[in-house]
Design a protein around this ligand. Structure first.
Ligand code: SAM
Length: 196
């Protein structure tokens, strides 16, 4: 039983692209109420209860972050009342992650909708751009980032910025996402840390 229907979007994306492997470390941004984390716990086998009940499978790690409270979940560590865009949150994350590194960053974050489409679009794009700073601190080389955005004029800018540090960037619209909504996901794979 999932806490929220959004689980089906991640299941669908992961069935197609196989982002989440047993043993992986996953950071789930905007995790409340925790449905994506439930999927991640199963797929990376962080509670030892993965879909393939094989005791030899490695155990992964799931860390979820949200401004809101996230009810506890076996196999996940949650940073409730934390802002993903705050560098203080990044510092806490570094301590929680094995070797300070994640294989996958997931983000289903969304600001509270103002109802003004352009403004909501811009705010969500700004949040997505902040994930690139987070990636620089915690994402493994060759790691992946899956982030939700609302389509609009700045989507190309985000795509371009992602393409400067990921070898492969594509847009994903899961069947389980409402056809008439502007919701999309960027799936960015093969992270290359920028040389400075
Ligand atoms: N993926 C979740 C699930 O399956 O249960 C649903 C996520 S919900 C669509 C979006 C979440 O993003 C909200 O809970 C909201 O509080 C969170 N959020 C928005 N801005 C955030 C921020 N700056 N830091 C952390 N969480 C944020």
């Amino acid at each position: 039983n999932f806490r929220c229907r959004s689980a089906f979007k991640l299941l669908e994306i992961d069935d197609k692209f196989r982002l989440l492997q047993p043993g992986y470390t996953v950071v789930d941004c905007g995790a409340a109420p925790g449905a994506w984390s439930q999927v991640a716990v199963q797929r990376v086998n962080s509670a030892g209860t993965g879909e393939r009940k094989d005791p030899a499978l490695p155990h992964g790690t799931v860390v979820g972050i949200d401004l809101l409270n996230i009810p506890p979940l076996d196999g996940a560590h949650f940073l409730s009342s934390h802002d993903v865009t705050d560098p203080a949150t990044h510092a806490k994350l570094l301590e929680l992650l094995p070797h300070g590194k994640a294989h996958v960053i997931l983000s289903d974050m969304a600001p509270n909708a103002s109802g003004f489409r352009e403004m909501d679009h811009e705010r969500l794009i700004t949040m997505c751009l902040s994930l690139i700073d987070l990636a620089e601190k915690i994402l493994q080389p060759q790691g992946s980032l899956l982030c939700k955005y609302w389509d609009g004029i700045l989507a190309h800018k985000l795509q371009g910025t992602l393409s400067s540090v990921f070898t492969s960037v594509r847009t994903v619209k899961p069947d389980s996402s409402r056809k008439d909504s502007a919701e999309r996901y960027f799936l960015a794979r093969m992270y290359r840390k920028p040389i400075k």
